[in-house]
Design a protein around this ligand. Structure first.
Ligand code: NAP
Length: 248
């Protein structure tokens, strides 16, 4: 057995540890979006495969027998490629999926279907907006240059940020509610833009927004092809046929 674990999430790192402890040969794959990705206890590769065809080649040459898609819920292209490549090669695929966040009492969420729709949901009057969406799609906000944007990024940006009014904080999660509340207060934030990532590591800003009575423009998750899903590392181990008690 040789598992390809498509990573990038906290849950993927936890699964890598579980697979290593179980003695299951694993290749962990990072997209390469951050300068210093978290070191994994298993063989690691970094960078795209070259689309679905490239992934099919990789699966064959690396003698992969099982694929676990534990990518970020918004990494939809990778999930689609994994689905299509596994269908084409007949390899078994499971998606490690964390539940989406759901609005609770006191939340003021404005749902948008994708990142492209965020601009239309922003207020017209100049506001202070916390952009918790990473670096990749920031230029889409250029249509609303009147706002001051606070960007939280994993790495110091190497290229200039085109938004005329912005500030940057460089920080890597997991974040906590006290820290996020103080960040939102310090920057006098009026509204937050967030992807519905789910999970605990990035949820603090949502709780902080609720407590401070701020609007969250919540980007709904992309739709992914149907696949078998697992909720946690133990379910993936069971799917792989590993019996934790017998150690097989
Ligand atoms: P994507 O749009 O699904 O993927 C684009 C391409 O990146 C894929 O087609 C693949 O390239 C490569 N790729 C993605 N994940 C990979 C992996 N684990 N191993 C190897 N190659 C991988 O995903 P994205 O561009 O990374 O991000 C899309 C959204 O997800 C963004 O909104 C981003 O902020 C969010 N996000 C992603 C990550 C992450 O770790 N990827 C983490 C946090 C947030 P090839 O076609 O060449 O194979």
């Amino acid at each position: 057995m040789r598992v390809l674990l498509l990573g990038g999430t906290t849950e993927a790192s936890a699964l890598a540890r579980a697979l290593e402890s179980a003695g299951i040969e694993t290749v962990f794959s990072y997209a390469g979006r951050t300068n210093a990705p978290i070191a994994q206890p298993v063989e690691t590769r970094v960078g795209g495969f070259g689309g679905m065809e490239g992934l099919i080649d990789y699966l064959r040459t690396a003698h992969i027998t099982h694929v676990v898609d534990a990518t970020h819920p918004f990494a939809a292209q990778m999930s689609r490629n994994a689905h299509d490549a596994c269908t084409a090669t007949g390899l078994p695929l499971v998606r490690l999926e964390r539940p989406a966040w759901e609005a609770q009492n006191g939340d003021d969420w404005l749902h948008v279907p994708d990142i492209e729709s965020v601009c239309d949901a922003l207020p017209y009057i100049p506001s202070r907006v916390f952009l918790a969406i990473g670096r990749m799609h920031v230029d889409l906000l250029l249509r609303q240059p009147q706002h001051h944007y606070l960007l939280r990024l994993v790495d110091e940006p190497t290229d200039p940020i085109a938004l005329p009014k912005h500030s940057v904080v460089v920080a890597r999660g997991p974040f906590d509610v006290a820290g996020d509340t103080s960040l939102l207060r310090k920057h006098r934030i009026d509204c937050i833009v967030a992807k519905n990532a789910g999970g605990a590591g990035a949820a603090a800003k949502i709780t902080a927004a609720r407590q401070l009575g701020l609007t969250v423009i919540m980007i709904d998750r992309p739709t992914l092809p149907r696949a078998k899903t697992a909720a946690d590392s133990q379910s993936v181990l069971r799917w792989l046929g590993h019996n934790a008690e017998r150690g097989v």
